[in-house]
Write a protein that binds this ligand. Structure first.
Ligand code: PMV
Length: 361
């Protein structure tokens, strides 16, 4: 018999046999990008992100003693059985026997919904997997009585979220956070994300992120397939070194309020991510001609206006435009005048740095 925070082969006596938990958890945007993995969902390079405010998932779980021999887990998305999301979530639960041995004894009714439309082109795996992981950790608290310590609770939630989707590990904390080992944060780990504990310059604590929706279609190549193409990639070693160097520079910029360095690093990370896709074998690109039009327009506007404004990209064609609250009026005007024409149906989602997940049952 072995037992620790993340795994146990011990079938516990349950202190409570039915209940209800609900969590709201945000999506996040990486400034230093995780790309490529090894082992069981471990990152080839460290990443740093901040959590969003308006783009989140709400997930609830009603649990009760199992009625049949085998526990029965059901998943509903936006009130309906959703075969695609359901299969993913239920397969994920099946793999969690060692992490949550009590799951074999409970029937679960899981309901999930997102604050943003599925077709908005925002990756929902970070918010949905982190919300599910937080619910499961709350159930563990209630039925076993463990995870009472807040630090342990979030560490385990991040660990579990990571198993569902790497970037989800970073959604369980508010503000900036890091996933993957870096020498600047001794508590950092490949197994779970940790909050970025240094004092970030106030300028960056009120970041705005306007997500310009260039396309809302399903991605042609999934992130899972993209990560896999980093195995044996000719630039893999250089990418790991680059991400660590960019991490060091970005941390210095965040602490010092150095906006020039921030822009240089953040845009370099975005373009490097897509360059890695284009130099994979087979090559592919998720960029749209309008993505490049937006990037060029943003650069020209920055040079002309001298405002602090830059972009980052996820694994897709949509552009995350980053700026601060104090320039909001000017930037919103710029978006309206020069960028919306490149967006599908002039769609944009105005988001900002958020306050992390919250339990809402
Ligand atoms: O968490 P995944 O497996 O969907 O991978 C996400 C990878 C990027 O979004 C491109 C970068 C990141 O660090 O979030």
């Amino acid at each position: 018999m072995s037992t620790n925070l993340f795994s146990s082969s011990f079938i516990p006596d349950l202190q409570k046999r039915e209940g209800f938990v609900r969590w709201q958890s945000p999506s996040n945007i990486a400034l230093i990008k995780y790309w490529g993995k090894f082992g069981v969902q471990l990152p080839k390079n460290p990443s740093l992100s901040f959590g969003l405010s308006e783009a989140y998932s709400q997930t609830s779980i009603k649990y009760s003693s199992k009625e049949a021999d085998k526990a029965n887990h059901k998943f509903y998305f936006e009130g309906k059985e959703n075969p695609v999301f359901g299969k993913k979530a239920l397969r994920f639960l099946d793999d969690l026997d060692i992490v949550f041995p009590f799951l074999k004894q409970l029937d679960l009714n899981i309901e999930s919904k997102n604050s943003f439309p599925h077709s908005a082109g925002i990756a929902s795996s970070a918010s949905s997997m982190s919300a599910l992981a937080l619910c499961l950790c709350s159930i563990e608290q209630e039925v076993i009585g463990s995870l009472q310590d807040e630090f342990d609770f979030y560490m385990k939630a991040s660990y579990v979220a990571r198993l569902g989707s790497g970037s989800a590990s970073r959604s369980v904390y508010s503000g900036f956070c890091v996933w993957g080992e870096i020498f600047e944060l001794i508590e950092s780990s490949n197994n779970y994300a940790v909050p970025f504990t240094y004092e970030v310059h106030p300028l960056f604590m009120q970041l705005r992120d306007s997500i310009l929706i260039v396309s809302d279609s399903e991605k042609a190549v999934s992130s899972r397939a993209g990560h896999a193409l980093m195995d044996g990639h000719p630039y893999a070693v250089a990418r790991i070194a680059q991400s660590k160097q960019n991490m060091t520079w970005l941390i210095a910029a965040l602490l010092q309020g150095d906006t020039d360095r921030f822009i240089e690093v953040v845009e370099n990370e975005a373009m490097s991510l897509h360059a890695l896709m284009m130099s994979s074998k087979p090559w592919y690109s998720l960029l749209h001609p309008n993505t490049l039009r937006i990037l060029n327009t943003v650069r020209a506007f920055r040079e002309k206006s001298e405002l602090f404004i830059c972009f980052t990209l996820d694994a897709g064609p949509n552009v995350h435009l980053l700026y601060t609250q104090e320039d909001e009026i000017k930037v919103l005007q710029f978006i309206e005048d020069e960028l919306l024409e490149f967006c599908v149906e002039r769609k944009v989602i105005h988001d900002k740095i958020g306050f992390g997940p919250k339990r809402i049952d």
